[in-house]
Design a protein around this ligand. Structure first.
Ligand code: GLU
Ligand code: MG
Length: 454
């Protein structure tokens, strides 16, 4: 339950000390890394000799070349600087001589409002004004794939074929060298890796590491993506955070375990009769009330809705939520409540963690401030409950498409305000274009179904 950044002391070390620490670790180059609006890692290599500049001004990038910045091509605002956060500097075990340092977006010398990490800084500042912080345990599920000679994407392991593949101990040992290397890489960066397992689809795995303060958790998730991608490639596999690569199988969620803290005291401890502490009631109510808009950020691709919409899979279930509800240890609900925390089951592996976390905080604070009611806890298996019965109980469904989720986001002032006007507009513009592109696409399913049907 560490609240500090994993493996690192809080606060920026003085450059000389930091440089000496990195040199002692054999580092000669910095990987200055930031996340674009899609949550993809971006950056450049900078010799360690320029650490001072990375910390003071930042590494420079052409702003319009980065998704989601909406920066102009010319003039002082065309330059995007990723200013290194010294507390994140960490030698990368799988890339000798290189240390990652996470950058905060700056433009014209000021924090850049549309940088996803800056968006999360603003959400954390709102919490800090009340003496609070949020801890997140982010649980990435992912696929290890290969591309067949005919272009099809397949699980990397041809023998990974169990009818119910969760916790498969036949396939897991065949991936041992990758999983051990991943564990070693993350542990070497100070993350407390809790477990690694085979998930419920062929070629699907999950890694869990200890929860931490929201920013540290999001930075850790980006580190995980960097490590998993590099290490999978070394073994001839493709690491994928696509939410739903195989229609008949479960998709990849990226659940967030959420708790609210005041210093060392968890404010979600001490449940009332409905299983929720007073502040957890309000927070969860806000997350449910804003669920349609949050969907756009937590499930941000057209493919995401194939994970959320599907009721069944070859394994018997998908474990992905479809109903806006909460319940004690209820994995069929959007919010699964647990002692001292809740699990937000909406996010999938394609979500930008910084944006999803910031939107989550905005929704939760709105629920607390307006004393919203989360409604009764449900213990039912919501995958089995008939639509009419769900409607009778007032349990709404999540948006069924990205377009519908974007409509909800555009109409949600609380979530848009958390993103800020530049990023909200740019996110909506890019994602509307993605929907329009998809709408014009004719896929294999349609051809099979309609070519000879009429
Ligand atoms: N893969 C499921 C999802 O898409 C989650 C499975 C689990 O509960 O771990 O959310
Ligand atoms: Mg899982």
């Amino acid at each position: 339950m560490a609240s500090d950044r994993p493996g690192l002391s809080a606060g920026a070390a003085a450059p000389a000390e930091l440089r000496a620490r990195l040199e002692a670790a054999g580092v000669h180059t910095l990987l200055v890394q930031f996340a674009d609006v899609h949550g993809s890692a971006k950056g450049k290599l900078v010799p360690l000799a320029h650490l001072g500049q990375v910390l003071q001004e930042g590494a420079g990038f052409a702003g319009p070349s980065i998704w989601g910045t909406a920066l102009p091509r010319t003039g002082p605002r065309s330059e995007y600087y990723a200013r290194g956060d010294a507390s994140t500097a960490q030698a990368l075990p799988w890339w000798p001589g290189v240390a990652r340092i996470v950058g905060d977006g700056h433009v014209a010398g000021q924090p850049f409002d549309a940088c996803p990490r800056q968006v999360l800084h603003r959400a954390r500042a709102r919490l800090a004004d009340r003496g609070w912080h949020v801890q997140l345990g982010i649980e990435p599920e992912f696929f290890l794939l290969r591309r067949a000679s005919d272009g099809r994407w397949l699980p990397a392991d041809d023998h990974d074929r169990l009818a119910k593949p969760s916790y498969d101990l036949q396939s897991l040992p065949r991936r041992a060298s990758f999983l051990h290397a991943l564990h070693a890489a993350l542990a070497g960066c100070g993350l407390d890796v809790l477990q690694l397992d085979h998930e419920d689809a062929h070629g699907q795995y999950e890694v869990n590491f200890a929860h931490a303060e929201a920013l540290a958790s999001c930075d850790a998730l980006m580190l995980f993506k960097l490590a998993a991608q590099a290490l999978a490639e070394r073994e001839g596999m493709v690491f994928s955070m696509m939410p739903k690569p195989f229609a008949g199988q479960p998709g990849s969620g990226m659940h967030f375990h959420v708790s609210l803290w005041e210093g060392g005291r968890c404010l979600f401890d001490g449940a009332g009769a409905d299983g929720l502490a007073p502040l957890a009631r309000g927070f969860v109510a806000g997350v449910l009330a804003h669920a349609p808009a949050l969907c756009a950020l937590a499930a941000p691709t057209v493919n995401s809705y194939k994970r959320l919409a599907a009721r069944n899979s070859i394994t018997g279930t998908t474990w992905a939520p479809a109903t806006i509800a909460h319940g004690p240890n209820n994995r069929t609900a959007l919010v699964r409540t647990l002692p001292g925390r809740f699990e937000w089951r909406l996010p999938d592996a394609s979500a930008n963690p910084y944006l999803a976390a910031a939107a989550l905080v905005a929704a939760g604070l709105d629920g607390i401030d307006r004393a919203l009611d989360p409604g009764p806890a449900t213990e039912d298996d919501l995958f089995e409950l008939e639509a009419a019965e769900r409607a009778r109980r007032g349990l709404a469904a999540l948006p069924r498409t990205l377009d519908a989720a974007l409509d909800a986001l555009a109409a949600d002032d609380v979530v848009c305000a958390a993103l800020g006007p530049t990023l909200a507009a740019e996110f909506l513009r890019l994602k509307r274009a993605e929907c329009a592109d998809y709408a014009c696409h004719v896929g294999a399913w349609e051809l099979e179904r309609y070519v000879t049907a009429f």
